[in-house]
Design a protein around this ligand. Structure first.
Ligand SMILES: [Zn+2]
Length: 272
């Protein structure tokens, strides 16, 4: 894969190289998001800074630059070769509108190391009044208490993202609790604009992740949960008819291929 071509594409798309990459040897590029304030489109070029050779696909993600000027990853990185790069940039940019926003300070939310989805500004830490921030206006103590409460509830509600190795899917937990129940409807919130891949679960146990081999963008979801996807890449052995097409399935099936949302934190859960 041509380094010259990839660099030319990044330049043409308005990206500039960073001086440093804290996490690896490849050159990181970024530029502003076309519409969203404080959001940057960040690309791991996959070009090694020492050898100037392409060592992997380019990875595209969005970061939110918070008040402390720290960059918070608000979408998962999605990879592509040179051919898919320009269209992937556009898709990742479009996924910005589906990233949740903090209702207190309007910053984007991200998944913290704790697994909680929290405000990129960590604005709740300033509510006690000790830390001053640009946005803090005088608030009655009553209001602060109310907001703190809201923050706690929100934290509890947030979806947790555990490392892949430790993941137990909701399905795994059920059998001992309700052995009489034969099957269960499992649903996930799939939204237009989501970047999706596919994952396989067998007898309630996670088996295979197709991230990096299958990529699509959700075009629409109808009232019955039928999901229309524009599949843009598939280097796996799955055929088009194998691809998932609903936001729900039933555990009565031995094996299930289901959506994996890459652009947001989305969990499959038992239907209420
Ligand atoms: Zn906030």
């Amino acid at each position: 894969m041509s380094v010259v071509q990839r660099k030319a594409m990044l330049k043409a798309e308005g990206f500039f190289p960073h001086k440093k990459n804290a996490k690896g040897t490849t050159i990181i590029y970024s530029r502003k998001h076309p519409t969203a304030k404080f959001v940057r489109v960040v690309i791991d070029s996959g070009i090694d800074s020492k050898t100037n050779k392409v060592i992997k696909n380019a990875g595209v993600k969005l970061c939110f630059v918070n008040r402390q000027k720290s960059w918070r990853e608000i979408t998962a990185e999605v990879s592509t070769d040179n051919k898919g790069l320009v269209s992937l940039i556009k898709k990742v940019e479009d996924s910005e509108k589906f990233v949740k926003t903090c209702k207190h300070c309007k910053a984007k939310k991200f998944t913290a190391k704790s697994g909680n989805v929290v405000c990129a500004n960590a604005c709740w830490t300033a509510w006690g009044g000790k830390k001053k921030s640009q946005n803090t206006t005088k608030k009655s103590s009553q209001k602060i208490v109310a907001q703190k409460k809201a923050a706690t509830t929100q934290k509890k509600k947030s979806q947790k993202v555990t490392p892949k190795s430790q993941r137990t899917y909701p399905l795994n937990k059920k059998p001992q609790k309700k052995p009489q129940k034969k099957s269960q409807k499992i649903v996930a919130e799939i939204l237009p604009g989501d970047l999706v891949s596919v994952e396989r679960v067998e007898l309630d146990i996670f088996k295979e992740d197709y991230t990096g081999r299958i990529l699509g963008i959700v075009m629409s979801v109808d009232q019955f949960g039928k999901v229309n996807v524009n599949w843009t890449a598939n280097t796996s052995n799955l055929q088009s008819w194998d691809m998932p097409f609903t936001n729900h399935y039933n555990t009565a099936h031995r094996q299930v291929l289901r959506f994996k949302v890459l652009s947001r934190s989305v969990e499959w859960e038992e239907a209420a």
